[in-house]
Design a protein around this ligand. Structure first.
Ligand code: SAM
Length: 258
């Protein structure tokens, strides 16, 4: 089932996040999130689920030496990496913490961002209520999350595409439909939602898609989970490498105001 087109070894989580952040796709949506966040000098900015600190430098630059940037992540390895990367930026403080229960006073922050975090949390509505609690009135939250049910891959046998997307949505990502739910959940948590911005990524190079989607590894998991037979998986992967290739997924960027 392997092909030179597919990456067989799964990259570690930090390498995966770094690679995506450095790609055209990553740089483009992260810049859009930063633009929508509209950080002003002196503000207190939260990066919730900050990972290895990918975005902390840009936030520090935006808020300047008079502001503060707090990164939170529940994973100690991410916190360690983020601290190491921002050691020379005194406005940045990285803390181990859970987005559902932030060790911050009420109304103590001006801006917050969540970037591909709410798709993984146990209770997105509770996390949003917690962010609402710590933001000052008029404070702004910018969220970016995929909607994995929009994932589509062109294949002559549409049943295989449906099985692949069903597997990703059912088994791979905890909150697969979070992208389309953000506006409703944020409204339920007491935010106003002035903007919902859909960004659809179209991949026409199977190797580039594989770096984001792990096509061959995910197909193996789909076989184990019973979404594909071995024979169907062979047909699916063989066609993907024969091109022309096309896959697409929609990422929702949602602006919420406290
Ligand atoms: C896909 S990564 C994104 C990291 C970073 N935002 C970026 O764009 O590179 C998701 C991050 O969210 C963190 N995370 C997941 N659930 C969390 C929670 N309940 N509280 C805090 N962080 C969480 C993970 O540890 C991981 O670092």
């Amino acid at each position: 089932m392997t092909s030179p087109s597919f990456e067989t070894a799964k990259p570690d989580q930090i390498s995966y996040l770094d690679r995506l952040a450095a790609s055209d796709l990553g740089r483009s949506y992260k810049q859009r999130m930063l633009d929508e966040l509209a950080v002003r000098a002196g503000q207190t900015v939260l990066d919730l689920g900050c990972g290895p600190g990918t975005d902390l430098g840009a936030l520090a630059e935006a808020t300047t030496a008079t502001g503060a940037v707090l990164g939170f992540d529940r994973d100690q390895a991410m916190v360690d990496a983020a601290r190491a990367r921002t050691a020379d930026q005194p406005v940045v403080d990285v803390r181990l913490g859970d987005i559902h229960n932030l060790a911050l006073p009420d109304q103590s922050a001006d801006r917050a961002r969540t970037d591909r975090v709410l798709q993984h949390v146990t209770d997105p509505g509770l996390a949003l209520a917690e962010i609402r609690r710590v933001l000052r009135p008029g404070g702004r939250l910018v969220m970016g999350e995929p909607d994995w049910e929009t994932l589509t891959v062109d294949h002559p046998d549409g049943a295989l595409t449906h099985a692949y997307t069903r597997h990703v949505a059912d088994e791979v990502v905890r909150n697969a439909g979070i992208g389309r739910q953000l506006a409703r959940l944020a409204t339920g948590a007491g935010f106003a939602v002035p903007a919902v911005i859909p960004l659809t990524s179209v991949f026409r190079d199977v190797r580039v898609a594989d770096q984001v989607l792990g096509l061959e590894r995910t197909t193996r998991r789909a076989v184990t989970a019973g979404y594909f037979t071995e024979e169907a998986a062979e047909r699916w992967l063989a066609h993907l490498t024969q091109g022309p290739f096309l896959a697409a997924v929609t990422f929702y960027l949602v602006v919420a105001e406290a």
